[in-house]
Write a protein that binds this ligand. Structure first.
Ligand SMILES: [Zn+2]
Length: 393
C-alpha cells in the first residue's frame, strides 16, 4: 500500500468543531486513509513525503451544495472542467442538491428515478482530479410513491432534494419527504424565495412542517427567509442549517450569530450553491469561510469545521476530519503572498483567502500550487518531485 507522509506541519486543523487544532506536526496516510498523527513521526518508509514548511493543514473542504449534473460540465453556466477547478479551491468532496440543471429534466416517476440512479452511478466511476462527487439526489415530485423511494434506496440512492417538484403547495410534499427518510435517504430542502423557474418560495413554516434533514441555503438561494423565519429554524428545530456563498451574506452573519447565541453551531454547514446564476466559483467554500471568520469573529479553526467536519457529520462521510481512520483528504495552505497575516488561519481571520500549495485526496497529491488561490507565502515541497503536477496546470 502506498504511504504518503506530511511533515513539518505548523498548524494542524482537525475540522472537528470541538477538537479545533491538533497538537501534532506529522500525518501518515496508508491506502488512502490517515493511519498516524503525531509529532516528529518517522517518515522514512513513505513513498511520497510532503514537507509543509511550517504551514497549515486542514481537511479537504466539502461543498455540501454543488450543482453537478453529469460529467465535469455545468449546463447552467456552460462550463467544462468546473469540478477539477474546484479541487484547486481546496474542495475535495461535493454533495449534489439534485441534478436539477439537467436540460429537459423529466418529472415522471421513471424519469426522476432514472436520472438519480444514473447520476450516482456515473460519478462513482468518474472523479475529476480525484474529487468525490456524491450525486444522484432524487428530485422529489408528486409522481413518486413510497414504493419508488424504496426502489431507488435499494439501488443505492441516498440523497433527495425537495423544492423543485410540481407540488401546488409545498406542504403537499410532506408524505414524500417522510417516505424518503423512512428508507434512509437524506433530504435537503430548498429554503427562502424561489430561485429558478419551477421552484416555489419555501418559508420557515414550511420547513418546520416538512422537517427535511438539511435546510438548504438557509441564508437564501439566493433570496433569504424572513428575519423571524431564520430565528425560528435556529431556535425551534434540530435541522441542519446550510449557509452558502451564493446566498445572502447578511443573513449568513445573522445565522452564525444566532447559532453561537443558542449553542447551535454544531448544526451549521457551509456550501457554495454553485454553479448557479451566481456563477462558477471554485473558491466558493473557502471564501465563505473567510467571510464568516472575518466578519463574525468566529475562530478560523471553528469556521473551517463548518465546511469540513460538520458537512461530514450531516452526511455521514468518512472525510472532513483529520483523525486516524478517516479518509486522507487534506489541504496544505499558507497566508497568501503579500498578506499582513503570517499564516493561513491569520489570513482567514482577516478575510484574506489563503494560498493553497497542495491538495491531497485519498492520500494522493492531486495539485501542488493552486491555480485559483493567490500564491502561498511558503510552498509545500514534495519528494519525489512532482513537477508534472505543476506543469499540467
Ligand atoms: Zn442550489
Amino acid at each position: 500500500m502506498s504511504i504518503l507522509a506530511i511533515r513539518n506541519i505548523g498548524t494542524l486543523v482537525s475540522g472537528d468543531l470541538e477538537t479545533g487544532i491538533l497538537d501534532a506536526d506529522t500525518i501518515l496516510c496508508s491506502g488512502g486513509v490517515i493511519s498516524h498523527i503525531g509529532k516528529g513521526l518517522d517518515v522514512s518508509k513513505a513513498d511520497v513525503v510532503v514537507d509543509a514548511q511550517g504551514t497549515t493543514v486542514i481537511p479537504g473542504l466539502i461543498d455540501s451544495h454543488c450543482h453537478v449534473v453529469l460529467g465535469d460540465y455545468t449546463p447552467r453556466q456552460r462550463t467544462v472542467g468546473f469540478l477539477e477547478s474546484y479541487t484547486h479551491g481546496g474542495i475535495t468532496s461535493v454533495i449534489s442538491p439534485g441534478e436539477i440543471h439537467a436540460p429537459g429534466r423529466p418529472k415522471d416517476a421513471a424519469g426522476v428515478k432514472g436520472l438519480a440512479v444514473a447520476a450516482r452511478a456515473c460519478f462513482l466511476n468518474f472523479r475529476p482530479n480525484g474529487m468525490k462527487v456524491h450525486a444522484g439526489a432524487i428530485v422529489i415530485e408528486p409522481t413518486l410513491s413510497e414504493e419508488d423511494f424504496k426502489e431507488v434506496a435499494e439501488q443505492g440512492v441516498w440523497l433527495a432534494k425537495f423544492g423543485f417538484g410540481d407540488f401546488k403547495d409545498p406542504y403537499d410534499g410532506e408524505p414524500q419527504i417522510r417516505w424518503a427518510q423512512k428508507y434512509g435517504i437524506k433530504v435537503m430542502c430548498h429554503s427562502g424565495g424561489a430561485s429558478i423557474p419551477g421552484s416555489k418560495p419555501i418559508t420557515a413554516d414550511h420547513l418546520m412542517k416538512l422537517r427535511p434533514d438539511v435546510c438548504g441555503h438557509v441564508n437564501g438561494g439566493p433570496t433569504a427567509l424572513t428575519d423571524e423565519g431564520v430565528e425560528r429554524v435556529v431556535r425551534e428545530s434540530d435541522m441542519w442549517l446550510q449557509v452558502v456563498q451564493a446566498g445572502n451574506l447578511k443573513k449568513t452573519l445573522d445565522i452564525i450569530g444566532l447559532a453561537v447565541e443558542h449553542e447551535q453551531l454544531g448544526r451549521v454547514m457551509i456550501a457554495s450553491d454553485t454553479p448557479t446564476g451566481t456563477g462558477v466559483i471554485p473558491l466558493g467554500v473557502i471564501k465563505t469561510v473567510c467571510e464568516i471568520a472575518s466578519l463574525t469573529g468566529l475562530s478560523p479553526e471553528k469556521t473551517v469545521a463548518l465546511a469540513t467536519g460538520n458537512n461530514a457529520r450531516a452526511y455521514n462521510l468518512r472525510s472532513g476530519v483529520i483523525a486516524e481512520g478517516r479518509e486522507a483528504d487534506l489541504v496544505v495552505m499558507d497566508a497568501p503572498w503579500g498578506s499582513v497575516a503570517s499564516d493561513a488561519l491569520g489570513a482567514i481571520a482577516r478575510g484574506d483567502i489563503p494560498g493553497i500549495s497542495a491538495v491531497i485526496i485519498d492520500g494522493k497529491v492531486r495539485t501542488l500550487r493552486s491555480r485559483n488561490t493567490p500564491a502561498p507565502t511558503r510552498m509545500a515541497q514534495v519528494r519525489p518531485e512532482m513537477e508534472w503536477l505543476l506543469e499540467a496546470h
